[in-house]
Design a protein around this ligand. Structure first.
Ligand code: M6R
Length: 378
């Protein structure tokens, strides 16, 4: 069943080019051109769900919450809709006041996470009861449309990622990210917030992602495996990113702590100087995501601040960037793409890094201690 892979997690990491390809095949219209009078995306959602939205709120846990953070960035940047992202477990006991026409999105790969389901149920009932003109609008993003989530909400984006067995989410995360790209682009088209040539350019770049993910897997796995030997005794890791790659820093840290039991923290790189920099010394590696774009120079200078504390610097960055090459001690190269699309690529080396560090330590990668694939209790 593992098809020659040592663990399901590694198999699922390798399934990602196919997952991205399948999801795009389902939802991108081949006949769309920038001058077309229809959306390039076919999500099959009812028009009433998305009409006249004033805000979006995303409810999720763990890795799905990280996907939601990327989603917020996309919905705000592409479709100009104010978006909040909340831990479902927090939302349950402190939901914000009901005010405007809101789309509530529950993101869960299993479709069975108790906190996420309860938060969605709460939203459904309180909107229906409190203000009749503000009918609840609920959307689920999942790879398990047959799950409890599927019964609770009437509209679903099925990511078509299939069942995931490894407790550490990998392919389902990448598929959730894609769902947010598609939703944000569809809303951008409906609300006319994006120039059609930019929309066309983003779609062209989405189509290149499967090959780019493949390229990262092919070119880097062996190197990352070797690099993982250096962290046999490491006790702490820091992950830095900014903007749309800040959630990927959080995700890199979560993957590592979950399966290797190494303490890892993700931070927005600009926050380092407000406290976490005190942790740094030669024993704490710092993994930095530095993609050309609006925060590129800033992130590099944040990484250089870490170097001044003797930290070992590992960079997820394009090979072409000389300044980045000079900044980092070890490089995990990714193709140079539009910053907006980069999370789907930058997360791949971080998954491999977490996997190889844990596998090297001889740990049970697919079933880490204290964790379950679906958290069906509060
Ligand atoms: O099934 P869900 O997406 O609702 O699960 C949420 C979290 O429990 C899950 O993402 C957890 O953080 C993973 N083990 C992360 O790898």
């Amino acid at each position: 069943e593992k098809q020659g892979f040592k663990h399901y997690m590694l198999k699922e990491i390798y399934e990602q080019p196919g997952v991205v390809r399948t999801c795009l095949e389902y939802y991108l219209r081949d006949d769309w051109r920038p001058d077309a009078d229809f959306s390039p995306i076919k999500l099959n959602l009812s028009p009433a769900l998305l009409a006249d939205l004033e805000q979006v709120q995303i409810l999720a846990c763990g890795t799905s919450w990280h996907a939601g953070l990327v989603g917020k960035y996309l919905l705000e940047d592409l479709a100009q809709i104010p978006t909040s992202v909340q831990y479902a477990s927090e939302f349950r006991y402190a939901p914000p006041p009901v005010t405007r026409q809101t789309l509530t999105i529950g993101v869960t790969q299993s479709g069975e996470t108790a906190d996420t389901l309860a938060a969605l149920e709460l939203e459904l009932h309180r909107r229906a009861n409190l203000r009749s003109e503000l009918q609840p609008r609920l959307l689920g993003i999942t790879n398990r449309p047959e799950s409890s989530l599927g019964h609770l909400v009437s509209e679903i984006i099925d990511t078509h990622a299939g069942i995931e067995i490894g407790v550490a989410a990998t392919k389902t995360f990448v598929a959730q990210l894609l769902a947010f790209y598609l939703l944000a682009l569809d809303l951008a088209w409906q609300r006319q917030t994006l120039d059609h040539s930019r929309l066309g350019a983003i779609i062209d770049q989405l189509r290149q992602l499967p090959a780019q993910v493949e390229q990262i897997l092919e070119s880097q796995e062996r190197y990352i495996e070797t690099l993982s030997h250096d962290f046999a005794d490491t006790q702490d890791f820091i992950f830095l990113g900014r903007g749309i790659n800040f959630p990927i820093a959080l995700e890199g840290a979560l993957k590592l702590k979950e399966i290797s039991y190494i303490h890892a923290e993700g931070y927005p790189a600009g926050e380092m100087k407000h406290g976490p920099i005190a942790l740094l010394d030669a024993k704490v590696p710092v993994v930095t995501i530095a993609m050309p774009g609006i925060v590129f120079e800033k992130v590099l200078s944040n990484a250089q601040e870490a170097r001044a504390r003797d930290a070992r610097l590992i960079g997820v960055t394009p090979m072409e960037e000389q300044e980045a090459r000079d900044t980092f001690d070890a490089l995990l190269p990714v193709p140079e793409v539009d910053e907006l699309l980069s999370p789907i690529l930058t997360v791949i080396p971080l998954q491999l890094l977490a996997y190889h560090i844990a596998a090297r330590r001889g740990l049970d990668v697919d079933q880490p201690r204290n964790l379950a694939k679906s958290v069906t209790v509060e």
